[in-house]
Design a protein around this ligand. Structure first.
Ligand code: CTP
Length: 395
């Protein structure tokens, strides 16, 4: 878990109402969070809210009594990362010019460390050449700018200018601390469940949410890897920067995986591939004119087993979803599919696994005692899996 220190500088845009959610998420991840609010920000988010969430005094001006010395210098130096969120056109202009006329702008000017700027504003203000000049200046000065999203604005219409969701900002913050230790590695990750059609409107699938595979893709990408994410249908947004290949059936997934297998350094099969598919797929919608419907199913392709057989240099990682005898069943899969690492998880538990944001897994590898990874967020489990691969490959 991280212990990094973040200061959130909140300026006066309506999107400030989402900052408490961001702060809560960061605290859950272990970050130490302090908050400074401009005068205008306090119209949208209160000092009390931020104080209760962070359990820290909130900075609004230079008079904070509890800090022994100059508060703006103290806060500026305390931060491992300063995040301006939301950043109005005004604070962006002030930062670009080096103006220091209130606590937030002064502290930002005194900040020696990295600064992440998260603009949110009206689309015309964003597109205004003055704002674009200022943004270019901030980038040239070494600040990282998170592009506003396209979406519904407070003005009542959809356009570019919207603040990215708190979860995306939180992930961008994680990425700021990520070392680029997987650079030039080609990692193929499968995710989600597959769908096997019964007729044009019905299919067989499973409970996989795709969260584990997407977390792996996001972290691997942030660590510098070239990531191909081959995914069955999910409700998730693919991480930016990955080569995203959507598929539906196991067959389609196999084709896509095989296309990139030869060039891959690592393949991680986090997808829950349907083990069986209907013997026949009806071309027309099946009518309900029988009381009992006997489905005939046949074994599906086993993608991972095929990869294990064709393995040349690739490091192969499988997942084992088990409801009983986790370790014994996992060991069998490790050998049978010729894997280098098997990540076993108990899907009978409702607090982890399918659809949960958390997981608890055990790493199995040949000639190695099982290694249990304690219950943690899927993003942290993803880090642990990538660390294990890296260590085993000697990267
Ligand atoms: N897998 C696969 N193709 C399949 C089934 C599974 O590639 N048709 C992969 C999964 O992505 C996972 C691993 O094999 O990485 C193990 O999946 P799991 O469902 O736990 O095991 P199965 O091989 O399907 O065995 P069983 O269902 O009998 O436990």
């Amino acid at each position: 878990m991280t212990t990094k220190k973040i200061v959130l500088y909140v300026t006066g845009g309506i999107a400030a109402y989402k900052v408490p959610l961001l702060a809560r998420d960061l605290i859950k991840k272990g970050y130490q969070v302090r908050v400074a609010l401009t005068q205008n920000a306090q119209k949208y988010v209160t000092v009390d809210t931020m104080q209760v969430l962070t359990k820290q005094d909130v900075y609004t001006d230079f008079t904070l009594q509890k800090v022994a010395y100059v508060p703006h210098v103290h806060l500026a130096q305390w931060a491992d990362l300063a995040v301006v969120v939301p950043a109005t056109a005004n604070i962006i202009a002030k930062m670009a010019q080096g103006l220091a006329d209130d606590f937030v702008s002064t502290t930002l000017l005194a900040t020696p460390g990295p600064i992440l700027v998260v603009p949110a504003m009206n689309d015309h203000m964003w597109e205004n050449p003055a704002t674009q000049r200022n943004i270019a200046q901030l980038k040239a000065d070494g600040k990282r700018v998170l592009e506003p999203a396209h979406g519904f604005l407070a003005e009542g219409y959809a356009a570019k200018g919207r603040m990215p969701e708190p979860i995306e900002i939180s992930q961008a913050i994680d990425e700021s601390f990520q070392s680029q230790d997987l650079q030039e590695k080609r990692i193929v990750i499968t995710a989600g469940g597959t769908q096997e059609d019964l007729d044009p409107v019905r299919y067989l699938t499973n409970k996989s949410s795709g969260k584990m595979g997407y977390a792996l893709a996001q972290i691997a990408q942030a660590r510098g890897a070239h990531v191909t994410l081959i995914s069955g249908p999910t409700n998730l947004t693919p991480p930016t920067g990955v080569d995203f290949q959507p598929v539906r059936t196991a067959q389609e997934m196999q084709v896509k995986v095989n296309q990139v297998y030869a060039q891959a350094d690592v393949v991680i099969m986090a997808a829950a591939v349907a083990d069986y598919l209907p013997v026949q797929t009806a071309s027309q919608k099946i009518k309900k004119n029988q009381d009992v419907w006997h489905l005939e199913l046949k074994k599906n392709v086993d993608i991972l087993q095929g990869l294990g057989q064709a393995k040349t240099h690739q490091f192969l990682v499988g997942f084992a979803a088990e409801t009983q005898d986790l370790i014994a069943n996992g060991q069998k899969k490790l050998a049978k599919k010729n894997l280098d690492l098997l990540v076993a998880n108990d899907v009978s538990r409702s607090d982890i696994g399918f659809n949960s944001d958390q997981n608890e897994v055990t790493f199995l590898a040949s000639q190695q005692a099982p290694r249990k990874i304690n219950k943690a967020q899927k993003h942290q489990i993803a880090q642990a899996i990538l660390d294990e691969i890296k260590a085993r490959q000697g990267w």
